[in-house]
Design a protein around this ligand. Structure first.
Ligand code: SF4
Ligand code: SF4
Ligand code: SF4
Length: 169
């Protein structure tokens, strides 16, 4: 499954032919953009985009946005820079998954230890440690991913980064 680093399916839609030709499974370009965002279809599933030279520029831009090389998929990565992180714990508190599974976090306190199996982050020895990436809202709930970026947004030291690796399918 390809996970696309954009929060907005309209960003994808603008690079589609926008003709609603009906040659793809969802039949309309808007629905196709949504399915592409969810990873349920590939760029190649839109025949006009691949086959018609007048869409070459759009195709290139869409491939650049999605990074979807054939045979490769995107894998979520969350990195924490130990040099920058001061262990403030804000990411622990704001992550909605942490708050859901850890009552002390929900009330803004230091999370329970040992951490719940769902917990994304914990502060250990004054630094943030990533625990269960597979619980991140960006990749759980097959097809119903949320475009969460709260931890990265609220990290005051810009120590936490969300990115994607391209790996073989
Ligand atoms: S095949 Fe492409 S152009 Fe045709 S409806 Fe689907 S997304 Fe739109
Ligand atoms: S992106 Fe959202 S769900 Fe994922 S680790 Fe960050 S705050 Fe938690
Ligand atoms: S919010 Fe940033 S600085 Fe604070 S603990 Fe998390 S990664 Fe470290």
């Amino acid at each position: 499954m390809i996970i696309i680093p954009t929060d907005n399916f309209m960003e994808i839609y603008k690079f589609l032919p926008q003709t609603n030709c009906g040659k793809c499974e969802p039949k309309t370009c808007m629905a196709f953009a949504l399915e592409l965002l969810k990873g349920n279809v590939k760029i190649a599933d839109c025949p006009p985009l691949i086959e018609e030279s007048k869409y070459k520029e759009k195709l290139d831009q869409l491939q650049e946005l999605i990074g979807g090389e054939e045979g490769k998929k995107k894998e979520l990565r969350i990195t924490i820079d130990d040099e920058l992180c001061d262990g403030c714990g804000i990411c622990v508190t704001v992550c909605p998954v942490n708050a859901r599974y850890c009552y002390s976090t929900l009330s803004g306190k230091v999370p329970d230890y040992p951490p719940d199996e769902h917990q994304l982050f914990v502060i250990k020895d004054g630094k943030c440690e990533l625990l269960a990436l597979d619980q991140c809202r960006r990749i759980t709930a097959q097809g119903r991913e949320r475009e969460c970026r709260v931890c990265e947004t609220y990290c005051p030291r810009e120590a936490l980064e969300i990115s994607y690796d391209l790996v073989e399918e």
